[in-house]
Design a protein around this ligand. Structure first.
Ligand code: GAL
Length: 677
């Protein structure tokens, strides 16, 4: 069963009209085809108006009213927004940034997740919610907090966090001598006399991947990497505390609406390891003309546990009040209808749009919603109703099939963080490159899984590790087994380049510990700037190096598959291939632009016999998701362009959406899709 619905905030309506609006809303939700809401994530001040006095009647009333009308609730814990009384009475729960500035109440996400008072109050509210709603038949599941680690809530540097970090480090390294050794603190003479001197690094106040360059500082990369791991562990611990508390009372799924890599402070596969479902928020661009971004995020959400996911927030309008500190575009008609189908085709089990009605007040006042401020349902509302009509045509296919991928891209948080801490190139952003690589692969009409490095590799034909700078030893072992058994493993440049403390290893060949596996070692390396860019000859074609290039020395049996085609390096190896067991280890000493990468990988897929969807994807507005029942395939083909596109098909198919047979060339109107069987 799939769930379709919206984030709902009836508590914000004025009291005189609240009941009336509630009933009107329920009627419109039913008409639209909604059967779920996500509710209550910012209502702590209503749930606990005074310390220790809990009130849930109001909430139960909404949940029951909705439920009696066939609308389930994903009930949220309210801990992203502690009440004013709490912050006033316990000021130590407030976040302290690393410039010593305290955040104050008045908005949300101003708390420290490690603070013991915060922890205890959060635990208690979960106990109370669990007790009260354990038997409520209308609860579909629970969401913990809201977008953990978002809005800069990760890097709190208050005394509690600092002390906890010291404890974390002590436990990891045992002795300070060991820490000094692993972190190589003798560089610039910064040896720690004892653990007591270890302090959080001075990160930029608003550090994000995009502004990191303005805030680098020069302290130890090992310290910075461990700090980021600690921060992630702290958030996970806080989440787990809430999850475990709820689980005492319920067997319904508990998850978090993670923000994928928007906030890259939480290792999200680890965060959700013990949860029944993966929760994710994703806002596709209102005027986006392809599905690249959504595809990557949904693939990664699936990749965490090889499962479907809950899309707990997604775009349903434009207008004022957006986080870009300016207004936001409205969609081209058809966009939302198509987005809904795309999310289900890509593995969503639950979709809750953000949000039902425009907020009159608060930071997000007048921002995007299903219903405008005057409560008149307009074009968007109708579009979402049509989306539920569409479901009737294709949902049986989604329910009996799954997405299988022959190709996986490995994502690794340590490498992401390391690339921020010690950038290799000012244009290189790890997660952007993963996106880039992913797009160049899906343009070939294949499904691609984005997986965490801990995930088993069985079943894939080709596994690609892009820029895996800091990989755990266990990953190297897994890759060897996978390749030995017949898999093809391809790493790009700057992979296996550092030890687990984000340092180099003196005397060791690169890739560290993998020379025999790749049959080569890395020689001279450099970034690719306009004055260092090179041509690369491989597969009878010529490509162009991007970001980084490495000369490969074929020391242990690898063959050259690609060589530099110009400059003083002409003829030197840059792509190697090595037989290992029954499989193949490829190392790319550079990467290429999108289209060139697509071209290069096409050759690989051909050699590996990986099948591509029978749909021409030469227009970047066309996307395909292939679903299978193991014997037969179904192709969901989307046109994200605001105009109609004709698409060549290899075969004759029945299109579920139009009910017509299509063959040869099919015309897909603007913002519409076909479901080919
Ligand atoms: C999300 C957040 C929501 C809302 C939304 C606005 O990040 O969880 O509460 O702020 O963005 O687009």
């Amino acid at each position: 069963m799939k769930y379709y619905g919206i984030c709902y905030y009836p508590e914000l309506y004025d009291e005189e009209v609240r009941e009336q609006y509630l009933q009107e809303d329920i009627a419109l939700m039913k008409k639209t085809g909604f059967n779920v809401v996500r509710i209550a994530e910012f209502t702590w001040c209503l749930m606990e108006p005074e310390e220790g006095r809990y009130e849930f009647d109001w909430l139960e009333h909404y949940i029951d009213e909705l439920g009696k009308n066939g609308i389930y609730s994903v009930l949220c814990t309210p801990t992203a927004a502690p009440p004013v009384w709490m912050a006033k009475k316990y000021p130590e729960i407030c976040y302290l940034d690393n410039y010593g500035q305290k955040r104050s109440y008045g908005g949300r996400h101003f708390k420290c997740n490690n603070n013991p008072v915060m922890r205890e109050k959060s635990r208690l509210i979960c106990e109370k919610l669990g007790e009260r709603f354990r038997k409520n038949p209308y609860i579909l599941g629970f969401q913990v907090d809201n977008e953990l680690g978002q809005e800069g809530t990760a890097f709190c540097s208050c005394p509690v966090c600092q002390a906890k970090f010291r404890g974390w480090v002590r436990e990891k390294y045992g002795t300070v001598e060991n820490l000094n050794q692993c972190w190589k603190t003798l560089n610039w003479g910064q040896t720690y006399p004892s653990f007591d001197e270890v302090e959080a690094p001075r990160l930029g106040r608003h550090q994000t991947p995009n502004d990191v360059f303005g805030f680098l500082g020069t302290d130890s990369p090992s310290l910075r990497l461990d700090w980021r791991r600690f921060v992630s562990d702290s958030i996970i611990e806080y989440y787990e505390m809430q999850r475990e508390t709820l689980k005492k009372y319920t067997d319904k799924p508990v998850t978090n609406n993670t923000t994928h890599l928007c906030t890259n402070k939480v290792e999200w596969a680890k965060l959700l390891k013990n949860s029944e479902v993966t929760g994710v928020d994703h806002y596709p661009g209102a005027r986006s003309e392809n599905k690249d971004q959504s595809s990557f995020i949904y693939s990664h959400a699936r990749g965490i546990r090889n499962s479907s996911f809950w899309l707990l927030e997604t775009l349903c309008g434009g207008g004022q009040g957006n986080w870009a500190y300016q207004g936001m575009a409205m969609q081209t008609p058809g966009t939302f209808r198509e987005n809904v189908a795309y999310a289900y085709a890509s593995g969503a089990d639950v979709i809750t749009l953000f949000k039902y009605a425009v907020f009159a007040g608060g930071f997000e006042q007048l921002g995007s919603a299903f219903l405008d401020i005057d409560r008149v349902p307009r074009r968007r509302a109708e579009e979402f109703r049509l989306a539920s009509e569409d479901m009737k045509k294709y949902m049986d296919i989604v329910e009996k099939t799954e997405i299988r991928a022959d190709v996986a891209i490995v994502f690794n948080f340590d490498s992401l963080w390391d690339a921020e801490i010690k950038p290799i190139h000012k244009d290189f952003v790890y997660e952007d490159y993963l996106h880039e690589l992913y797009y160049s692969l899906i343009r070939l009409g294949i499904n691609v899984d984005v997986i965490d490095d801990e995930k088993p590799l069985d079943g894939y034909k080709l596994v690609i590790l892009p820029f895996g700078m800091v990989m755990p030893d266990a990953f190297g072992e897994k890759v060897r087994k996978f390749t030995e058994a017949g898999g093809t493993f391809a790493a790009t440049c700057v992979s296996f380049a550092k030890d687990p403390y984000a340092n180099g290893v003196m005397g060791s060949a690169l890739p560290i510990g993998m020379e025999d596996f790749f049959g080569m070692r890395v020689g001279e390396v450099e970034p690719v700037f306009p004055e260092t860019v090179s041509k690369v000859a491989a597969d009878g074609k010529v490509y162009t190096s991007k970001y980084w290039q490495e000369v490969l020395e074929l020391t242990m049996g690898a063959e050259a598959e690609g060589a530099f085609a110009d400059t003083f390096r002409q003829g030197e190896c840059v792509i190697s291939r090595h037989s290992y067991g029954k499989g193949t280890a490829i190392y790319m000493g550079t990467v290429f632009e999108n289209a060139e990468m697509t071209d290069y990988v096409a050759g690989l897929l051909k050699r590996l016999g990986i099948r591509r969807a029978p749909v021409d994807l030469s227009d970047h507005g066309i996307d395909v998701v292939t679903r299978t029942d193991g014997e037969k395939n179904w192709y969901f083909v989307f046109n994200s362009r605001p105009y109609s596109v004709s698409v060549r098909l290899d075969g004759t198919f029945n299109d579920r959406m139009s009910g017509q047979m299509v063959s040869g060339t099919a015309e897909i109107p603007a913002k519409q899709f076909m479901v080919l069987e």
